[in-house]
Design a protein around this ligand. Structure first.
Ligand SMILES: *Cc1c(COP(=O)(O)O)cnc(C)c1O
Length: 489
């Protein structure tokens, strides 16, 4: 299976590329991204075949059906990273919360957020490709808190890969910062920036367009790649857990194979939701995919009105910061799949130049045949955290946004799967405040408040952070980033 460009081909780039080419250099003509030419049609037979399979066996078969140019041994090694999750047999457990409400917990990996589900195996694949080609890659990442730790963890000491990770100083939780600044491998560089996440991200963009920076990389024979979800190497591992959670519902006797379900997804860059969309097209019976947002509700407006509108919108900082995103990169792959490259190019270029686009009525109808959406502000989110805790389920503020969509968008008596993207340990101050009404002085106090109240233990991956020594001390201004990274290389 090969990959083509969402905005069509400019006559200079190759017309189609293999999976490994798409993940090593993810950018394509006219600023587009790569998408599969077509999806494997797995159907109900695939579900029947894997009803008793382990996660890894089912995952290997999905990847096999895609026909990607990665050796089976590399795929096996990549999937063996799920052995480091809490339960190697079931890295993404499905938890019953109410008769019609199940939560797929995607955060049981090393950094306690769902980014591990894709980045763990992705790290093996990328490093193996770089070694096979005898090439060196630099991964540049700007993080609001979850991608950074997960990218550092997966690339730690991996051959032919170096990572430089920018984070906004003061813009992440204590736990997220400690996960990054205690990394001590030689191939990892963590850089704190004076400013917010937007500043970190624009510093990264500036760097990527700097001619002197590119020339220096070329001189040192270093290629650039990306570990964010524009990279299809992440998306391919994300559609698998949606198939898994459907199969889990069948195994738990909650549904019969073939019954439709709702998938309810806390969305930022739309990678998780895109995985759900592909899984639904490939094999799982889905009534609607619910898109949950926080107060940054661009996606809600897009799905409800067909207008993707960034005019006079500024990012609103919320207690679910991984969803504080206005320009959601994987929406482009949905446009491409529904409307084709020509139309996608027109819409995306209009978004760039005029800050908005409006879908035609029949295009909106297509979108709404698959997606429904609503958004949940911080006050509502806190109330859900408290209410569900009292009913016996502890969740983080990103997951909580899904309870609003579950209440407002569900029109049929079908089961809903909410996708939980972070463990309570990563956003403990917000959760402690929701449960007790009081604010904590830091993460450590919030963690022990919650642990006591919920009678649970703080996982070792988190509690150990507070005793580790801080090895990454760089804290600089935007204009010094280029030099800092070149020195590191
Ligand atoms: C990254 C992230 C999201 C958003 O996921 P997308 O795939 O970008 O839509 C939601 N919640 C948490 C905790 C995250 O880390």
């Amino acid at each position: 299976m090969n990959f083509i460009e969402t905005r069509g081909n400019d006559g200079k780039m190759p017309k189609e590329v293999t999976f490994s080419e798409a993940i090593l250099s993810p950018m394509s003509s006219f600023g587009g991204i790569y998408s599969p030419i077509s999806l494997p049609d797995l159907g109900e037979t695939f579900l029947e075949k894997h009803i008793h399979s382990s996660y890894k066996v089912m995952a290997a078969d999905v990847l096999n059906e895609f026909g990607i140019d990665i050796d089976a041994a590399v795929i096996d090694e990549a999937l063996s990273l799920y052995d480091h999750f809490d339960d190697p047999e079931n890295p993404a457990p499905l938890c019953k919360v109410r008769d019609d409400l199940y939560v797929s917990e995607l955060y049981h990996g090393p950094t306690r957020a769902f980014k591990d589900m894709a980045l763990q195996p992705f790290g093996v694949v990328l490093s193996s490709l770089a070694q096979q080609r005898n090439e060196n890659y630099l991964i540049l990442a700007a993080t609001s808190g979850d991608t950074g730790p997960a990218a550092l963890d997966t690339f730690r000491n991996r051959a032919n890969i170096q990572v430089a990770c920018l984070y906004p100083d003061g813009g992440t939780s204590d736990v997220q910062r400690l996960q990054m600044v205690t990394e001590d491998a030689d191939n990892l560089k963590v850089i704190g920036i004076h400013g917010n996440f937007d500043d970190a991200q624009s510093a990264l963009k500036l760097l990527l367009s700097s001619e002197s920076f590119k020339a220096q990389l070329q001189q040192n024979n270093i290629h650039l790649s990306a570990a964010n979800s524009v990279n299809f190497g992440r998306i391919i591992f994300q559609l698998i857990y949606h198939i898994h959670s459907y199969l889990e519902l069948v195994r738990q006797d909650a549904i019969n194979l073939g019954d439709k379900v709702y998938l309810d997804i806390p969305s930022g860059n739309f990678g998780n939701a895109l995985g759900a969309y592909y899984a639904a097209k490939m094999c799982i019976p889905v009534e609607k995919i619910m898109i949950a947002s926080n107060a940054n509700n661009v996606l809600t407006q897009w799905i409800n009105t067909g207008c993707y509108d960034l005019r006079d919108s500024a990012v609103i900082p919320t207690t679910s910061p991984a969803m504080d995103i206005l320009k959601s990169s994987n929406v482009e792959r949905i446009l491409f799949d529904l409307l084709g490259a020509e139309r996608t190019k027109v819409l995306m270029l209009q978004l760039d130049s005029q800050q908005y686009y409006q879908l035609e009525p029949q295009e909106l109808e297509q979108l709404q045949s698959i997606f429904v959406a609503d958004y949940c502000d911080d006050v509502q989110g806190q109330a859900y955290i408290q209410r569900y805790f009292e009913a016996g389920y502890l969740m983080d503020p990103h997951t909580a946004t899904c309870l609003k969509t579950y209440e407002t968008c569900k029109t049929k008596p079908l089961k809903t799967i909410v996708y939980s993207t972070a463990e309570w340990t990563k956003f403990s101050p917000t959760i402690a405040a929701a449960l007790t009404g009081n604010s904590s002085k830091d993460d450590q106090e919030a963690l022990s408040t919650i642990a006591k109240k919920a009678n649970i233990e703080i996982p070792i991956q988190i509690s150990a952070l507070f005793d580790k020594s801080i090895t990454q001390k760089t804290l600089i201004n935007q204009q010094d980033i280029e030099k800092e990274i070149l020195d590191f290389l």
